[in-house]
Design a protein around this ligand. Structure first.
Ligand SMILES: Cc1ncc(COP(=O)(O)O)c(C=O)c1O
Length: 440
């Protein structure tokens, strides 16, 4: 039994609790100083203060029942409408807000499963995923009893269209493409995948959780962005996170379908509950109203102009990272389309570099296959590009001179995991990690 903390018999004053929180909070990564490269999307202090005001205004309301809170119905339907227009959805596109990318993905998986059963009688559904899609898909497929067909990607880390074509069979309900995928920020060939989906009468879900509120603006800024949205015949649904590159408060994402008929399969209804008629759009019951209101407020406050200004600056910061990394001899993985990228090294153990960077206070996202470091670049990183690259230069030189460090720290663990072909051992290790994480 490792539950060492019990409810205190007597409470502590709120003032003292706040003091404790401030103290405890000090152990966390300083994302405000650009020290984390995923997890936090910070568009500046002014915007954060604005988000907090909106969120607290709706602190106690509940998105569960818009009957009680018509203002939330307005916000949610307008956020959906704004996104549907941004994604060229036309008048028929329909969606819902969710609590995050994973929930949007879960809902898409449920929708395709139920659609395929109702319209085609498919009882053993399969979904085709490139190995680079977010694990939220594997999780959702596991939860909803759909079999994943996971395919290796091409050398440039994009979905292999020929392999996808070969994998389609009578049980296939949907193909997934990412716009872009998280690990390396590269875009799957959505147009080609859509052609396959259309030809076989199956769904194509585009996971634009990171790209949905970025790519439309990059395109307007003149970037060459291949079509990825409903303008592509064959794209049937899109997930897009407001709480990532939409810069809204956490707990806000969208899943949008080409039409209401498809969205219908997402809903859950029940008529014979003693507690009344029940209808629910997604996984959660109670839904924080703050994140719904803050999403609407963010889109309204930014407008297209606000996002264009933000992305103009962010592209500049990303270019500075790219140039600096290449100058240091690192190689960018694939061809990233926006403000996420990953770098690998031809001659230095990147896991040693990661350990050394963490000693300098950077929170590092290590990746495998290929072995590389991930960067999700946000406005918090504009002031620290020089510092990051200077630290990286020092760490890379030290790592090169000390290859024996591969046997220490996380480098040893990641190095081992990258080499073990049998996943069972690594899975056991991950289960143990989870047990430890929830111990006191
Ligand atoms: C491409 C992509 N899809 C889905 C998700 C899952 O989103 P969330 O963490 O909001 O559940 C992520 C998260 O990083 C992502 O990058």
């Amino acid at each position: 039994m490792d539950n060492k903390v019990s409810l205190p018999k007597k409470g502590t004053t709120r003032e003292q609790v706040l003091k404790q929180l401030e103290e405890i909070h000090k152990v966390d990564t300083r994302w405000q100083d650009g020290r984390a490269f995923s997890l936090v999307y910070h568009a500046g202090d002014e915007h954060t203060e604005f988000l907090k005001k909106v969120y607290t205004m709706y602190f106690h309301e509940n998105g569960l029942n818009p009957g009680a809170f018509p203002s939330l119905k307005k916000y949610e339907s307008e956020v959906i409408s704004i996104a549907a227009n941004l994604f060229n959805g036309g008048e028929h596109a329909a969606g819902t807000m969710t609590s995050g990318g994973s929930e949007s993905i879960m809902m898409a998986v449920k929708t395709y499963r139920d659609w395929a059963f109702a319209t085609k009688g498919i009882k053993a559904p399969e979904m085709i995923l490139a190995q680079t899609v977010h694990p939220a898909f594997d999780k959702a497929l596991h939860f909803f009893g759909v079999t994943p067909v996971v395919l290796k990607v091409t050398a440039d880390q994009t979905a292999d269209v020929a392999a996808v074509k070969n994998a389609i069979n009578a049980n296939t309900i949907c193909i997934v493409g990412s716009a872009p995928q998280y690990p390396h920020g590269v875009m799957d060939p959505i147009v080609e995948l859509a052609k396959l989906a259309k030809a076989h009468g199956i769904g194509l879900h585009v996971d634009a959780c990171v790209g949905g509120f970025m790519l439309p603006f990059l395109k307007k800024l003149g970037r060459d962005i291949p079509p990825f949205d409903f303008s592509v015949d064959g794209v049937t649904s899109i997930s897009a996170d407001l709480h990532k590159y939409g810069f809204a408060a956490k707990g806000a994402s969208l899943v949008i379908y080409k039409d209401k008929d498809l969205r219908r399969y997402q809903f859950f209804v029940k008529k014979d509950w003693p507690g009344g008629l029940f209808a629910s759009p997604s996984v959660t019951g109670t839904r924080p109203a703050g994140s719904i209101a803050a999403a609407w407020a963010t889109l309204t406050a930014f407008g297209e102009e606000g996002y264009l200004n933000l992305y103009r600056a962010l592209l500049e910061t990303t270019a500075q990272f790219r140039t600096g990394l290449e100058k240091l001899g690192f190689e960018i993985v694939g061809n990233p389309i926006g403000t996420l990228l990953a770098y690998e090294s031809p001659d230095t153990n990147i896991f040693i570099v990661a350990d050394l960077m963490e000693k300098k206070g950077w929170f590092v996202d290590r990746q495998m296959d290929p072995v590389c470091i991930h960067l999700t670049i946000t406005p918090a990183h504009s002031p620290i590009v020089g510092q990051y690259l200077a630290d990286l230069k020092e760490c890379a030189a030290y790592a090169k001179a000390h290859p024996e460090l591969a046997g220490e720290g996380l480098a040893a663990m990641y190095g081992m995991c990258a080499k073990i072909p049998d996943p069972t051992m690594v899975h056991q290790f991950l289960y143990q990690y989870m047990d430890d994480r929830y111990s006191t």
